[in-house]
Design a protein around this ligand. Sequence first.
Ligand SMILES: [Zn+2]
Length: 313
Amino acid sequence: MRKDIDILVHEVGPRDGLQSIDTIFLTEAKLEWIRAEAAAGVPQIQVGSFVRPDLLPQMADSAEVVRESIKIPGLTVSALVPNLKGAQNAIAAGAHQLGVVMSVSEAHNKSNINRTVEESLDGFRQIVEYRNEADPDRKTVISGGLATSFGCTISGPVPVSDVMRQAERLLELGADRLNVADTVGFANPKQVKDLFDELFRTVGDDVPVGAHFHDTRGLGLANAFAAVEAGVRELDSCLGGLGGCPYAPGASGNVVTEDMVFMLEAMGLKTGVDLDALLETRELMVRHLKDEPTQGTFVTAGPPLGFVPATAA
Ligand SMILES: [Zn+2]
């Protein structure tokens, strides 16, 4: 990770946000958003998902968006991939990082990608092998996803031991890093702190671990804070909290990027992000939306008197 920042903000709006709203963003609109947010200092953006276009038309232009986004200086471009085919297409387009989709909950994995967890782990092994052949320098980073780590809409509570076992398996199979996700917004801050403490005890402190929270029940920022307290240095978020939750109609989406950047900067943690430029990016994104709601409080309240962001200090 870059030495000049304390926490890496990983914007996932162009993927997690857009995939759950009705407005179709044209490729140029996505790129305008991505370029502006990178210019605001956001170091990593998930720009698309290499799923079958008939399943998710919103993501049909992901290869083109990746090819254009990797031209932005300094930006790490990540993409979600559900299987080997998606990984091959993402690597061909030049994605810097692949986030491989997989749930800890057997029932959720089956309903989401129609595979058993064991089949998903085998698919993960194939993706790593393909990367190692196609890219012997291993410049393309592979992140092992642990969706539903804090609970599942089908089977309820997910045992921490299941999360640990799957994390270890992913690392054995060659994951460069892990992404632990509260896919359906079930987590609370104590649970988050305990799970990440346990995870670092299990896999060691030197494995890069990202955290992905949804604000479904209003605990998104509190959970992000708890993850930071446990030692997590990479957080996913979504500009304007765009998107929602497919399992809870009307619920809000990911943690709001601008609110999270404000929290981190106010706590003295450098993100490298300029909040004014981030709000301008938000405005630009909102102009492309039709009726979709956005979330967030920093946009309305602005900074408190005397606020000095850590990045500027
Ligand atoms: Zn998500």
